[in-house]
Ligand binder design. Structure first.
Ligand code: ZN
Length: 138
């Protein structure tokens, strides 16, 4: 069995954003040479997510509005976590959108449903953060 590991780095200039990272993950899969197996992709920070959904800008806008309703950034003083920091909402947004995805690898490709793409969800950006890609198989 082969094993592959890589860290992808992101530096999002805004507090929040959704980035389609499918091309970078596909590049990892090619580099691994693995044809049959499993791919794990996870955010290595507790204020960022990796999730799978549609690459559609209206939906991403809807996510942003929905998350802001569930865990509004302001008022910052409304959270106990925000003693010396202001990212309690980002921890909660990450919790909702998830830490990782697992995708089957079949015949050297990500075995996606029709509209599935992998996204990095940033909720407390403006600094460098990592995403782990781990692939196992043959
Ligand atoms: Zn925090």
């Amino acid at each position: 069995m082969k094993s592959y590991r890589k860290e992808l780095w992101f530096h999002i200039p805004t507090r929040r954003a959704f980035v389609n990272i499918t091309p970078q993950v596909v590049e990892c899969l090619k580099e691994s040479g693995i044809k049959e197996g499993l791919l794990l992709c996870n955010a290595m920070h507790i204020t960022a997510s990796v999730f799978i959904n549609d690459d559609e800008s209206g939906l991403h806008h809807d996510y942003e509005a929905w998350l802001e309703k569930l865990a509004p950034h302001e008022p910052v003083s409304g959270y106990r976590h925000n003693v010396g920091e202001d990212n309690a909402d980002a921890h909660m947004k990450r919790q909702i959108m998830g830490r990782e995805v697992v995708v089957a690898v079949t015949e050297g490709k990500l075995d996606f449903g029709t509209w599935e793409r992998i996204f990095y969800g940033e909720f407390d950006g403006r600094r460098k953060k990592r995403v782990l890609v781990k692939i196992i198989g043959d």
